[in-house]
Design a protein around this ligand. Structure first.
Ligand code: MG
Length: 296
């Protein structure tokens, strides 16, 4: 697809991990890309093309793109658990699933106290195997990213699936539209974006519970969405562009992306030093001078 020179706009001198300033477009034939996850065992990137109800697969060895799953339950966020299994949020089926090593799909959670979830949006797995996910209403607002429907539960919340029992707990209930989420490298912090409120919040993590929840950073423009953390704890957040925040909340830099909006991003490649960016109808990548905190 070719690349183009693009430079970071640096706001703070502590930012010293800019890339090679070569932004490659890997794919541009989607409607709305989301949910990037790099699979190191196969050297490929999976990403969702939500309105087209498909999961796509970009092969790092030859640059080819193919359909990984169709229909895909209008999948949105994806991640890997610590055993390398794909965990996905499905707008259409209003559930969180895990693709087992034999290819079968297991439902991890699909309702809260009898009501179906709204439309699970994004997901992260902590090292103890717990699955944390957000549940805004984008997948039931209309038929574009799922199936239009009335909510069956009282709001848009953050949930945790216990790794031992499979029980679902509501861990935050004061969001408008929770969206992306990411752990700090030592998993002592969980960052969660609230798209409607226009900010990222940061929580302390205590076992299966959260504390605090103060505002970490305001949206620098556009809708805050997915996030990942690098090995130094910097928060890389999708909004109108890619934004990099210091762990103290300072906005360090912006990577302009030539699309109206950025939905999500992930670190990948064998060294986790390649940033993959889902932006509107496209997927981009750039090599960076830092590495993702984990293969998520
Ligand atoms: Mg999202």
């Amino acid at each position: 697809m070719g690349g183009t020179p693009v430079s970071f706009e640096v706001f703070d001198g502590r930012f010293n991990v800019g890339g090679d300033n070569y932004l490659e477009c890997l794919f541009s034939d989607a409607r709305w890309t989301e949910g990037p996850v790099y699979v190191p065992s196969g050297r490929y990137l999976l990403f969702s093309d939500i309105p087209n109800d498909r999961l796509m697969r970009w092969d790092e060895t030859d640059g080819s793109v193919s359909v990984f799953r169709f229909p895909a339950g209008y999948a949105n966020g994806n991640t890997l658990d610590r055993r390398g299994r794909l965990v996905s949020c499905e707008h259409g089926e209003r559930r969180v699933t895990r693709t087992e090593l034999d290819g079968s799909v297991a439902v991890l959670a699909d309702r809260w106290e009898g009501g179906r979830f709204n439309s699970p949006n994004d997901v992260v797995v902590s090292s103890d195997g717990a699955v944390w996910f957000t549940d805004p209403q984008y997948g039931i607002d209309s038929d574009y990213e799922g199936h239009a429907a009335e909510p069956e539960i009282d709001g848009c919340h953050v949930y945790r699936i216990d790794p031992a029992s499979g029980a679902v707990a509501r861990v935050a209930d004061d969001f408008q539209r929770p969206n992306g989420l990411a752990f700090s490298p030592d998993e002592s912090r969980l960052y969660v974006s609230d798209t409607s409120a226009g900010h990222i919040r940061v929580f302390g993590v205590d076992g299966g519970g959260l504390s605090g929840g103060e505002v970490f950073a305001a949206s620098p423009g556009g809708n805050l969405d997915g996030m990942r953390v690098d090995v130094a704890g910097r928060v890389w957040a999708a909004a109108a562009d890619v934004n990099c925040f210091d762990p103290d909340g300072t906005r360090l830099a912006r990577l302009p992306i030539p699309q109206p909006a950025v939905s999500n991003l992930v670190f990948g490649g064998p060294k986790r030093n390649r940033l993959f960016v889902c932006a509107t109808n496209s997927v981009y990548s750039m090599m960076l001078k830092t590495n993702g905190a984990w293969r998520l």
